[in-house]
Design a protein. Structure first.
Length: 275
C-alpha cells in the first residue's frame, strides 16, 4: 500500500514539473531611460527623463499620422509636429512616478528641450448663424516640464486662456437657457446652463456674470442634494476666478482662434460670421 502511494506522489510530482515546464516565462519589462515598464505600460504611458538640461522622451516605438506627409516618426518627432494625442500619461523616470494631471484632456508639445502642457477644458460656444451651442475643449492652463543638471522640474500651473469671443446673440441665448431652466420643476440641465453663463460672463455680459456667480444660491435646494452638479460648478468657478485674478494682475484679454475647429472654419470660409 505504501509503495503505491509513493509511486502515485512521484507521478504527480513529475506531471506538475512537466506542466510548469510548458509555461512561457513572462516577458521582461522594457527598460527605457531607467524606467522599467511593461509592453502595455509603454503604450499607455509617456516615459521621460532628464539628461543635462534637456527633457528626453523615452517612449519606445514609432508613430505615423494617417493623411499626413510626415511618414514614420519617433515620439520626439511626433511631439514636435503639429499633431498630438495618444502619447499616454507622463511618467517621470527619475522618480518612477506618474505626473498628476490637472485635467485629463491636454495638448502636449515638445519645444526648446521642454515639454509644454496645455490643459483643455470643455466650453459651450454659441454659433449665432445657426443658433446653436457647440461643445468644444479649449486650452485654459499651462504647465512646463523642464530639466536642469539631470533633474526634472515642473513649473506652476498658470492661466493660459484665450477666451472664445461671443457677442449679444450669445448673451441672449444664455439668458434664454437660464430662464427656461428656472421654470423647470427639476434642474437636471443646470450644468449646461452653467457652461453657457460662464462663456457669456467671460465676454463681459453683466447679467450672465451675476447669474453665474450666484447660481448655487438661486438653485440652492437642487445643489444641496446633487453634489456631482455642485462639483461641476466648482470647476468652472475656479477657472472663472483664476482668469479674473489674471486680468487683475495686468493680464490681457485674448480671443481663441475658433477657426481651428472644422465647425467654425466652415462658417468663416464662406465669409459669414458666427458672432
Amino acid at each position: 500500500m505504501m509503495r503505491k502511494i509513493v509511486v502515485g506522489l512521484t507521478a504527480f510530482f513529475v506531471l506538475s514539473c512537466q506542466n510548469k515546464g510548458n509555461e512561457l516565462p513572462p516577458k521582461p519589462p522594457k527598460n527605457a531611460c531607467g524606467c522599467t515598464l511593461t509592453d502595455e505600460e509603454m503604450i499607455t504611458k509617456l516615459p521621460i527623463t532628464a539628461k543635462g538640461d534637456s527633457i528626453v522622451i523615452c517612449k519606445v516605438g514609432t508613430v505615423s499620422v494617417p493623411g499626413s506627409d510626415l511618414g514614420t516618426m519617433n515620439w520626439l518627432q511626433y511631439l514636435q509636429s503639429e499633431y498630438n494625442g495618444g502619447e499616454g500619461d507622463i511618467y517621470d523616470c527619475v522618480t518612477n512616478q506618474p505626473l498628476k494631471s490637472l485635467y485629463p484632456s491636454r495638448v502636449l508639445k515638445y519645444t526648446d528641450k521642454k515639454l509644454v502642457l496645455d490643459y483643455r477644458f470643455p466650453m459651450d460656444v454659441y454659433d449665432a448663424l445657426n443658433k446653436a451651442w457647440v461643445d468644444l475643449e479649449i486650452p485654459v492652463y499651462r504647465q512646463t516640464i523642464y530639466a536642469k543638471k539631470n533633474r526634472i522640474y515642473y513649473s506652476k500651473v498658470a492661466v493660459n486662456f484665450a477666451i472664445p469671443q461671443q457677442k449679444q446673440a450669445a448673451f441672449a441665448a444664455a439668458d434664454e437657457a437660464y430662464q427656461k431652466e428656472s421654470q423647470q420643476p427639476y434642474h437636471y440641465m443646470i450644468s449646461g446652463v452653467v457652461k453657457k453663463l460662464f462663456t457669456a460672463a467671460l465676454n463681459g455680459d453683466e447679467v450672465s456674470k451675476k447669474r453665474f456667480e450666484n447660481i448655487t444660491k438661486d438653485f440652492e435646494a437642487y445643489y444641496k442634494d446633487h453634489a456631482d452638479s455642485y462639483k461641476i460648478y466648482q470647476q468652472y468657478r475656479k477657472l472663472y476666478d483664476d482668469y479674473n485674478q489674471y486680468l487683475a494682475k495686468g493680464g490681457k484679454v485674448n480671443y481663441y482662434d475658433l477657426s481651428i475647429f472644422p465647425y467654425f472654419k466652415n462658417i468663416t470660409d464662406t465669409g459669414k460670421s458666427y458672432l
